[in-house]
Design a protein around this ligand. Structure first.
Ligand SMILES: O=P(O)(O)OC[C@H]1O[C@H](O[C@H]2O[C@H](CO)[C@@H](O)[C@H](O)[C@H]2O)[C@H](O)[C@@H](O)[C@@H]1O
Length: 377
């Protein structure tokens, strides 16, 4: 993002004198589309526009952004009943999607074949992957049987839980000591508190928090968002330590625009924070170049698998933020992303699973296969 010095000129109505102030602004906050961007100014000169024009521009950009947010909030929440013609084309779409992203259960043998001579490393998202999506984020409990499946998997394979939630919270849900935990979308990584059997190279004592300088800002924004959104019934602001979530799952659809405006009115004071979207949630996080994909790479490196061919990372997740990890795997040409979804979605994952119960089946099969091969060797 490039910075542009903007000179605002104003004519004093009584004196008739022009006064000017200069403001350093990012191009992206000034111009809503690339087409509107001014030509580059060698040497970073001034762009003179009137205050009126600037405010108008900001207003247009602001409402365009709100509309885009709300459109995206609606697009990820299909609520309308489909006509039969529409249903038929949906079926076709579903069939074609599943051809491109087959079930990881039906492709299990192929996945195992690809792991020959390689160490499988498991990366598991939490919400919607290990626990079903529920209305109250504080009650997204994991079943005991899922916990047992994850514990078994972690006995045989290095395993990390990668979540948008704050690390302590996700740990309190999972409650397994021998795992890596990457909370706050990977911005808070901690190695196992109990020595895992699979210990390879230098994987102990990992603690990595690339966004620690943002803590005071996140706290401030958390308080501001709590205050700002308190009038909206059902809205919930969650403090995930290095990032925040504004939930709208329980907010009436007609209030989504107001909520988006409230969030934007707070965020516009914090250009170092950005907004992404998840499942009926607006996620606010630092603009640093760090995401679940970077966390995956960091963890592979911590486990001693940087630049190695003898590793097969498998990442299972259900949300948009998991796409960063799927993309890394695709670009590395290594391992597989598995998207948990019942409906076709644009994804960089190779395979799919429909819901957490299928994730559990997949984990069981991995363990069963590992036990069998261990018996034969
Ligand atoms: O990366 P994840 O572990 O998938 O975390 C992403 C967000 O998950 C949680 O919200 C989602 O699950 C809630 C409970 O089922 C649901 O009520 C909400 O609508 C979902 O968006 C979590 O509460 C968020 O903080 C995470 O960012």
């Amino acid at each position: 993002m490039t910075k542009q010095n903007v000179m605002i000129s104003e004519k004093n109505s009584t004196s008739g004198l022009m006064t000017t102030i200069t403001v350093a602004m990012s191009n992206s906050s000034l111009f809503s589309s690339a087409a509107q961007k001014p030509p580059a100014r060698p040497g970073g000169g001034y762009l003179a526009i009137s205050r009126k024009k600037l405010l108008k521009q900001l207003e247009i950009e602001g409402s365009a952004r709100i509309n885009a947010w709300v459109d995206s909030m609606k697009a990820s929440s299909p609520t309308h009943i489909k006509s039969s013609a529409c249903l038929a084309s949906t079926d076709d779409h579903q069939r074609s999607w599943i051809l491109h992203h087959p079930s990881a259960l039906s492709m299990f043998e192929q996945i195992i074949d690809a792991s020959k001579g390689k160490q499988i490393v498991m990366f598991l998202d939490y919400d919607g992957t290990l626990s079903p999506i529920v209305e109250d984020p504080d009650r997204a409990f994991m079943s005991d049987s899922m916990r047992a499946a994850v514990r078994d998997v972690a006995r045989y394979f290095p395993t990390a839980i990668v979540s948008g939630r704050c690390r302590d919270k996700v740990y309190n849900f999972v409650r397994l000591a021998g795992l890596y935990y990457a909370g706050s979308h990977g911005m808070d990584i901690r190695g196992p508190t109990k020595g895992p059997k699979y210990k390879k190279r230098n994987n102990q004592g990992v603690l990595f928090q690339p966004a620690s300088e943002f803590l005071p800002m996140i706290d401030e924004v958390y308080k501001a968002l709590l205050e700002k959104t308190k009038s909206i019934t059902g809205a919930k602001v969650e403090n995930n330590k290095f990032c925040l979530s504004v939930h709208y799952r329980c907010v009436e659809e007609k209030k989504w625009t107001v909520l988006a405006e409230q969030v934007r009115s707070v965020l516009k004071e914090y250009p170092k924070l950005r907004l992404t979207q998840g499942r009926k949630v607006l996620e606010i996080r630092p603009t640093i170049k760090w995401d679940k994909g970077k966390a995956l790479e960091f963890l592979l490196e911590s486990l001693g698998f940087a630049n190695c061919n003898d590793v097969l990372p498998v990442y299972i997740g259900d949300d948009r933020t998991d796409e960063d990890a799927f993309k890394v795997l695709r670009e590395r040409g290594q391992g597989f992303g598995i998207l948990v979804s019942k409906i076709p979605k644009d994804t960089n994952a190779s395979y799919s699973l429909q819901e957490p119960s299928e994730v559990m089946d997949f984990l069981h099969r991995l363990v069963e296969w590992k036990r069998l091969t261990a018996r034969h060797n």
